[in-house]
Design a protein around this ligand. Structure first.
Ligand code: SAM
Length: 208
């Protein structure tokens, strides 16, 4: 166990301690709107969003142990009480542990693009994963997406566009924690903005 997990035990959720749907009110120690970030990386979005919106409960899902520990350490040191992070594979976790209609917003920023065609089946945003994402959303709950990868962006547009009965387009709202000139406020975005890359965004909401 990393020392980060011992020092910041209130931030780090352990997947092995849960079976079946999570009690989100218990996890955060209070009721309130829940927003989830899939693929939190080093936790930059979570830090700034949680500080900007203390009334919202933020849950980050990150698979890579190194990034997960880094994010736990940063969030713990900032003393934020409205963030939890879990080390899990996102689609499995959402399907098995997140109650239906419980999430106000799913943030997916700079998901791995898997550029090679033979790897496209690993992309998060693809038709087979959409029922899992949509199931978690409250009525009018949103999915907000950002990427620098045009081919993946076009796949995202096609994927959500094919689900018009369930999802409707909505304006992409910059998260409250995004800095000046930023659209999402993540590490990868910062890196890509410095490189002068174009950032594409997309938002949809679940029909009521
Ligand atoms: C390209 S990074 C972007 C990180 C962060 N969102 C940002 O914009 O700085 C993608 C992150 O998603 C995580 N990830 C990829 N697939 C995942 C999955 N199925 N479940 C959970 N995390 C995943 C990776 O480990 C990585 O940290």
């Amino acid at each position: 166990m990393g020392h980060e997990l011992k020092e910041h035990a209130s931030v780090a959720l352990k997947v092995e301690e849960f079976s079946g749907p999570l009690d989100l009110t218990e996890i955060f120690g209070r009721p309130g709107p829940v927003q989830i970030e899939i693929g939190s990386g080093k936790g930059t979005f979570l830090l700034h969003a949680a500080r900007a919106q203390p009334e919202v409960n933020f849950l980050g899902i990150e698979w890579a142990r190194r990034f997960y520990l880094h994010a736990v350490d940063r969030i713990g040191r900032w003393g934020l009480t409205n963030v939890r992070i879990i080390r899990a594979e996102a689609t499995t976790f959402l399907a098995e542990s997140v109650p239906p209609e419980s999430v106000a917003c799913l943030h997916v920023y700079f998901p791995d693009p898997w550029p090679k065609k033979r790897h496209h089946k690993r992309r998060l945003l693809q038709p087979k994963n959409m029922p899992t994402l949509i199931r978690c959303l409250e009525p009018v709950g949103e999915i907000r997406l950002a990427t620098d990868h045009l081919d993946y962006f076009e796949q995202m547009q096609a994927t959500v566009g094919a689900l018009r009965d369930e999802l409707e387009p909505t304006e992409f709202v910059r998260p409250a924690g995004a800095g000046e000139g930023e659209l999402a406020g993540t590490n990868y975005e910062r890196k890509y903005l410095e490189e002068g890359r174009t950032i594409y965004t997309l938002a949809v909401r679940r029909r009521a």
